[in-house]
Write a protein that binds this ligand. Structure first.
Ligand code: ADP
Ligand code: ZN
Ligand code: ZN
Length: 765
């Protein structure tokens, strides 16, 4: 904790003089600073790292080095080398030079030896200047000076002789009465006005030009005035929510897709605004939720601003300032949590179960949903967590009575939930009812939906064409040279690509090990699915939505628009298709391979698989009639699949949570993962062993490892994991963090170990 000293307290060090005051008003309120400290403390990082994540680049100070001549220098150029002479001479003309100026003058990169030599000869000195990068955007506005602002006719008397000036004044008057004020640019455009006319009017003291700061942030006008009236179930949920808020509890809103969660968020936000307080609306990913954002913009208009990753540095500063100055609603992904709200009344965490709320790298490795709970406590704000498939942590907190609960079981207008059907892939293969990755049943259903004019979404959790290129003779397969990862074949680029470091090569025609040409592709990604579809459904309009198409072919937005306008019949995609799409005529949704999702080596694999499949299924049949979902799997009897089929999240939760307790996993235990990285495998392993052993001495079998993770090398760094499972006990947590810290410091001081990286990830899931 930072200690704040009172004005008269003794300090245990020699204070330095204040050179300049950079911010007239603090950038941050004390409450926010306390929140930052909590993040640093809980997520095991420095407060500087939190600051770095929070502050927009435009507000971070940049120090710039300036070089100047000493006053004693009187033009004694004799003893200087040629390069030194160039600088000294430039300085006699220009008062000061930046390092970049000097590089330009000397036409070379290495300039420090020359500067040092000039300093030692007593000719130069160097000064650091602090600079802020952000500059407010200024526009010139034109005003009528009194008394002309009251009576324009007085002005016309002065411009009698010039028709142009009179016209210009008329144009100005019109602009001001329309918009309240007139920018110079608007005025110039409105009439046929130029600098000459402007200057003449200034000279006659009829108008004046005043520069004013204007906002760079784009907002939209509210266009939606009427909201649908809440139905009975929504009214009841609202009562439960307020009930929870009244007790000072966070509330979990568990509502199936299309049940009106967003409608309730709007209701709560409106109430908060009426109290004059701010709303923070958190979403897992901004790019994938344009739909929702547009809907909210229509309701809230200029009251809402969106903090998204495409903002430039200056816009970020303005969002920051807007938050500090009471902007009613801010909507953003996880980092908007770090904005300096001055009067926060409500936090909405939509899709609270989403993994994107967790930041893995760099520090702070925080989970925005969990940190939002803390922010709400510190700011005395209400907080609502919404999801169709809540995280186990949140459900468990409801069980413990820490969170309130509101439930929406029905889709608006009682639209039925989609019907889910399974296809047993093993059976289909045995009976040869399969074409590539498609069972005959799925192909039939696709055809039928096409015939009916309904749209189809196909989900495959892997991009590219094929994840493996293997040699049938010797077993060689294509692995990234920098990572311990198989390279994925991308047919469109004709490249083997590493999805971890993006290293790419042209696929070999012969096996690099045995020279045979028996190279085969195994497995399938979205690109291959698309290709097969095009072969089978030759007349259908097919599109793909994954990282590759969104980045290189059509933007996300275009694909969505095309789909909405029915320019696409079948959309194939990765997770991107599971989020925020709200389409009216999707008849069929299919998961091509559920097993890949379920068999993920992670204690949350089942939870995530359930969530993912439910989210995908939720895209089907949102309006009009019942949608259809097909899940292909080799294990139709798998417990998770069974639960998805029943669409009963509660029973799924009840069963799974027992296993969590039995195997000491969250939400019963806390996890801290220490990720050790080094470019030499031996050093990496040794460092991991050292930290594991040191911790085991105190914390015994709570410490597991070191282990080699599934992907044990990324970007030439070898990786080892040390996992800590801890009872939920704040003192134990504090003490283990202390031991982690001192041991990391100790190990890194040992010979050859200073380059080992230890990333400590608290709640790494
Ligand atoms: P969710 O966020 O749970 O998916 P939404 O709030 O988006 O649900 O609601 C789904 C659709 O139903 C939206 O188009 C919404 O405008 C509409 N809707 C929500 N509540 C009502 C209501 N009470 N009456 C009529 N339509 C509603
Ligand atoms: Zn081979
Ligand atoms: Zn790689």
């Amino acid at each position: 904790m930072v200690k704040y000293l009172g004005p008269k307290e003794e300090v245990p060090y020699q204070p330095k003089a204040i050179l300049a005051i950079i911010d007239e008003v603090p950038l941050l309120s004390p409450a926010h600073l306390i929140f930052w400290e909590w993040i640093a403390e809980y997520y095991f990082c420095s407060i500087g790292e939190v600051m770095h994540a929070a502050l927009p680049a435009g507000l971070k100070l940049m120090s710039e080095t300036k070089v100047m001549l000493k006053e004693s220098f009187q033009g004694e150029f004799e003893n200087l080398t040629e390069l030194e002479y160039l600088i000294a001479e430039a300085l006699t003309i220009q008062h000061q030079l930046s390092l970049q100026d000097i590089r330009d003058i000397l036409q070379r990169k290495t300039i420090y030896p020359i500067i040092n030599s000039l300093i030692s000869k007593g000719i130069l000195f160097v000064e650091e200047e602090l600079k802020k990068k952000y500059k407010p955007k200024k526009l010139d506005f034109i005003y009528l000076k009194p008394p002309f602002d009251q009576d324009l006719n007085l002005a016309f008397e002065l411009t009698e002789k010039s028709e142009k000036q009179t016209d210009a004044l008329l144009a100005l008057h019109q602009l001001i009465s329309q918009k309240g004020k007139a920018s110079k640019a608007d005025w110039y455009r409105a009439g046929n006005i130029d600098t000459g006319i402007k200057n003449a009017l200034i000279k006659k003291e009829i108008i004046e030009v005043l520069p004013e700061t204007v906002s760079r942030i784009q907002t939209k006008e509210a266009t939606l005035k009427e909201l649908p009236v809440l139905n009975v179930e929504q009214e009841n949920a609202l009562v439960s929510i307020k009930n929870g808020f009244g007790k000072g509890k966070p509330v979990l809103l568990n509502g199936v897709t299309g049940s009106g969660k967003t409608r309730l968020y709007i209701e709560l936000a409106n109430e908060t605004l009426r109290e004059g307080k701010q709303v923070l609306f958190l979403l897992p990913e901004i790019a994938l939720t344009t739909h929702l954002i547009n809907r909210l913009s229509k309701v809230f208009g200029k009251k809402i601003i969106v903090f998204h990753s495409r903002l430039n540095n200056s816009e970020r500063v303005e969002v920051w300032n807007a938050a500090a100055q009471g902007q009613p609603i801010l909507l953003g992904a996880r980092s908007s949590l770090l904005l300096p709200f001055n009067n926060l009344g409500l936090i909405i965490v939509d899709e609270e179960h989403d993994r994107s709320y967790k930041q893995d790298d760099p520090a702070p490795r925080y989970n925005a949903r969990d940190a939002a709970i803390m922010l709400a406590v510190k700011m005395k704000a209400n907080i609502i967590l919404g999801s169709a498939t809540p995280s186990f942590e949140s459900l468990y907190n409801v069980e413990l009575g820490k969170y309130g609960l509101a439930v929406l079981k029905q889709r608006v207008n009682n639209q039925p939930l989609p019907k889910i059907n399974l296809v047993d892939l093993k059976e289909a293969r045995k009976k040869q009812l399969i074409h590539e990755e498609f069972s005959s049943h799925l192909l039939e259903r696709i055809q039928e939906n096409l015939n009916q004019g309904r749209q189809i979404i196909l989900f495959q959790n892997r991009r590219g064409f094929s994840p493996f290129l293997k040699c049938r003779i010797c077993g060689w397969h294509a692995i990234c040279v920098h990572c311990d990862v198989s390279q994925t074949y991308h047919k469109y680029f004709n490249k083997l690509v590493c999805h971890y470091c993006n290293y790419q090569i042209v696929p070999p025609t012969h096996c690099p090990d045995c020279g045979s040409d028996a190279l085969n592709l195994y497995g399938f990604g979205t690109e291959k699915i698309e290709e097969v579809l095009r072969q089978v459904f030759t007349t259908a309009k097919i599109a793909r939505m994954d990282f590759d198409t969104v980045r290189t072919q059509k933007g996300y937005q275009t694909i969505i628009e095309d789909f909405e306008a029915k320019r696409i019949d079948i959309l194939v995609g990765t997770q991107m298709v599971t989020k925020g799409l709200d389409f009216d005529s999707v008849g069929l949704v299919a998961v091509l391979n559920a097993d890949m999702i379920i068999n993920f080596p992670d204690f949350r694999a089942h939870e995530r698989a359930y969530q993912l499949m439910t989210q995908v299924a939720g895209r089907a049949g949102r309006k009009n009639d019942q949608g259809e979902v097909i899940i292909q799997t080799v294990r139709p009897d798998h417990a998770v699949i069974r639960d998805v089929l029943l669409q009963n999240f509660r029973s799924f939760y009840q069963r799974e949570i027992k296993e969590r307790e039995q195997y000491l996993y969250p939400p019963f235990y806390r996890l801290i993962l220490i990720i050790v990285k080094h470019k030499k495998p031996k050093v990496c392993h040794f460092a991991a062993e050292q930290i594991a052993n040191a911790l085991k001495a105190h914390f015994r079998n709570r410490v597991k490892g070191p282990t080699e993770p599934v992907i044990s090398k990324i970007r030439n760094q070898y990786i080892r994991h040390v996992m800590i499972k801890l009872e939920k006990d704040a003192r134990l947590m504090a003490s283990i963090k202390y031991y982690i810290k001192i041991n990391i410091d100790r190990i890194r001081k040992e010979e050859g170990m200073s380059t080992v990286r230890f990333n400590v990830n608290v709640d790494p899931y």
